[in-house]
Design a protein around this ligand. Sequence first.
Ligand SMILES: C[S@@+](CC[C@H](N)C(=O)[O-])C[C@H]1O[C@@H](n2cnc3c(N)ncnc32)[C@H](O)[C@@H]1O
Length: 195
Amino acid sequence: MDKLEELTQEARREHVPVMMDDGMTFLLEYIRDHPGVMKILECGTAVGLSAMKMASVRENITIDTLEVDPDMYQQAVANIQEAELSDRVFVHLTDAALFTTEKYYDLFFIDAAKSQYRMYLEHFWKNSYVGSVFVFDNLNFHGIVDHPEYSENRSTLQMTRKIKKFRDAIQSDDRFEVAWHPEVGDGVLLAKRIR
Ligand SMILES: C[S@@+](CC[C@H](N)C(=O)[O-])C[C@H]1O[C@@H](n2cnc3c(N)ncnc32)[C@H](O)[C@@H]1O
């Protein structure tokens, strides 16, 4: 087992939220198949696993990754240093909604607060160009988005209603060409900016 796989198993044992394996494989294949993806912005670092995996696809990839939780941030910085990726993967301790930069990104991986996906999209619109791709994870939220009866938790239901609204809206948003993959991981959607 390689080091990143070991860290992934360890993170799961410690209940750190980590992208599901097939969702991750799908995202890495997308990046591998699109050599133009060199600059990535990730919202939601956790302990840095998805960022390190994306950076490992090619040496010309650089990543800014945003994490609001100080403990996760510290763990991510340590993991990224240990993997000798600190010169290409930059972790920022910040609420993603407050992060501003003049940089343009080829790909945005949105994996932070699920109820804020619409806001992240609009916030980072100015950092995208025609051809940039936004990737969103967890648009099924364990099946609860389509089956609210699976949960009795009010805040979960509020959040999954927001996810559904976002998922429906982006599919008819003419700024994007959308590929929705409900069968991949926890529901992965790719939105490529076309105007
Ligand atoms: C699903 S985890 C990210 C998993 C990671 N992308 C991976 O697959 O290895 C979501 C992370 O987003 C962070 N988060 C939640 N709200 C955030 C916000 N507003 N800004 C930045 N990070 C946030 C959480 O602390 C959590 O670590």
